[in-house]
Design a binder for this molecule. Structure first.
Ligand code: ZN
Length: 132
């Protein structure tokens, strides 16, 4: 079963916590033990797992990734968003998660983040939940 979720971002660069959204998809699937793949079908967005306790972590994350890949740097891509394309590939388009007793297996401080690099936009996230 392939689940398609809608995610709306509100900023140009943003890490949006989608843990509850993914957990709901897992719960709705009825799978209690298995694997969950989260896939972002975009070229200027990504998905990652990181700390969800202190909001300054994602604040620092976005601050630093904007330094690593500056928005303007003499890029050639005509659309003008090469930085977003680069950041997406750096962070990656998918995550694999484990499911046990109907819950995502995450560390105490871990959350799943949708990473927007060229927002705000309406985005999609695909979730595949497999028993096993
Ligand atoms: Zn582009």
């Amino acid at each position: 079963m392939l689940i398609k979720l809608d995610v709306t971002t509100g900023k140009h660069t943003e890490m949006k916590d989608i843990t509850r959204l993914i957990q709901k998809a897992v719960t709705d699937s009825g799978v209690t033990d298995g694997v969950c793949i989260v896939f972002v079908p975009h070229t200027t967005a990504a998905v990652t797992i990181n700390e969800n306790a202190d909001p300054d972590v994602v604040r620092d994350f976005t601050m630093e990734i904007n330094k690593i890949v500056p928005w303007e740097d003499g890029y050639h891509h005509m659309e003008g968003n090469s930085a977003a394309h680069l950041k997406s590939s750096l962070i990656g388009f998918s995550e694999q998660l484990l499911i046990a007793n109907g819950r995502l297996v995450l560390g105490t401080w871990q959350g799943i983040y949708f990473c927007e690099f060229d927002g705000p936009r309406r985005r999609k996230v695909y979730v595949k939940v497999m028993e096993g």
